[in-house]
Write a new protein. Structure first.
Lengths: 208, 208
């Protein structure tokens, strides 16, 4: 693409560095911003800049935060004995959006993956063990990827916590609501048969 | 979506104001910027802010420009007697990218559309007429939308220029190269038969 303005070209280049944004989309966004009021463009760049410079990470659960403690950890109404272990911030947003979970979180920052050079020291595992031992956590809910790496991470953490009386659970895997049996992968279908639920349990879950 | 940080929430909100970017995409972009070095985020916001605040519009052709005259109008190698009339900057970029046109441009800023309240005074038509009369323009190439509004705009401009000896042409419409006859719309197909070309003319065009 040939631009007649260096300013436009630079802005398009910066936008197209973002994931999933090609040159054409970047140009569309830049031309839109060109039509937008200067104040609104300043609000846009200001919000992005502030987000990057002022964001902190919660010293307890490693969630993004506007101060030293995130709003979830700082909320006295949350159940402090339950901790849900997730990989990333995105998982916290997904679970929070269900409005069904009232405990705390712990963001690992990924899962064990030796081939990618990610060992226990690259993840927030030691701080998790410290939390469990010192803060009276009674249940750890593992909400990690259903992959070999995810399972390995669960077992590694469980091993680190032998000797403590914390109860380690994992979120239920199975056929999604509205999912068709015929399109489910074999692994999921096999597990959902092996871990079948008594029918009154199922009815309670639907009613909830 | 429920965010645990106001900073993240505001950045996501600003991104999702852009066209074609929903909440989920905005979150993806924000989380990517959160992982990016602070200097690179500053380069991003700086480029966007500079683009909006420092951009000027060429006093001759209304193209975006880094100074009072755009690089196309300022280029002494361009053919100053040919002016291609387009609706928006996007059209200039598309035509420039073919690298086949060496004349100048004139950006109207849209086409006549009385129902949307766009009359001749909302477009850069008077400055176009002035250019034609004062700058020795011999050919106006109309590259507007092939719609009723586009045709109306062409006729309006042609009427304004009666009395001058400028030659007004319009870009060729027809079946695109690689296009299938069976999928062409009736209007295009009908016109491309009516405006058929002698075969040696066609061969020359392909060879060019």
């Amino acid at each position: 693409m040939i631009f007649s303005s260096k300013l436009i070209e630079e802005a398009v280049q910066e936008f197209s560095r973002l994931p999933g944004i090609g040159k054409k989309t970047a140009l569309r966004l830049v031309l839109q911003l060109l039509k937008t009021d200067k104040e609104d463009v300043d609000a846009f760049t200001g919000a992005v800049s502030r987000m990057r410079h002022e964001i902190e990470f919660c010293e307890e659960c490693h969630n993004v935060s506007d101060g030293p403690k995130c709003v979830i950890c700082a909320n006295p109404g949350r159940n402090r004995s339950q901790v849900c272990v997730v990989e990333t911030l995105r998982d916290v947003i997904a679970i929070e959006s269900t409005q069904q979970y009232s405990g705390l979180y712990h963001i690992l920052g990924g899962i064990l993956s030796p081939l990618d050079g990610i060992g226990p020291d690259q993840l927030n595992i030691s701080s998790l063990c410290k939390r469990v031992k010192e803060n009276g956590v009674t249940e750890l809910i593992m909400a990690l990827s259903p992959t070999i790496e995810g399972d390995t991470t669960v077992y590694y953490i469980a091993k680190q916590l032998t000797g403590t009386d914390v109860n380690i659970t994992t979120i239920a895997r199975g056929i999604a609501f509205g999912g068709e049996l015929e399109y489910a992968d074999e692994m999921t279908l096999a597990r959902s048969i092996a871990k079948r639920l008594p029918i009154d349990n199922y009815v309670t879950m639907q009613g909830k």
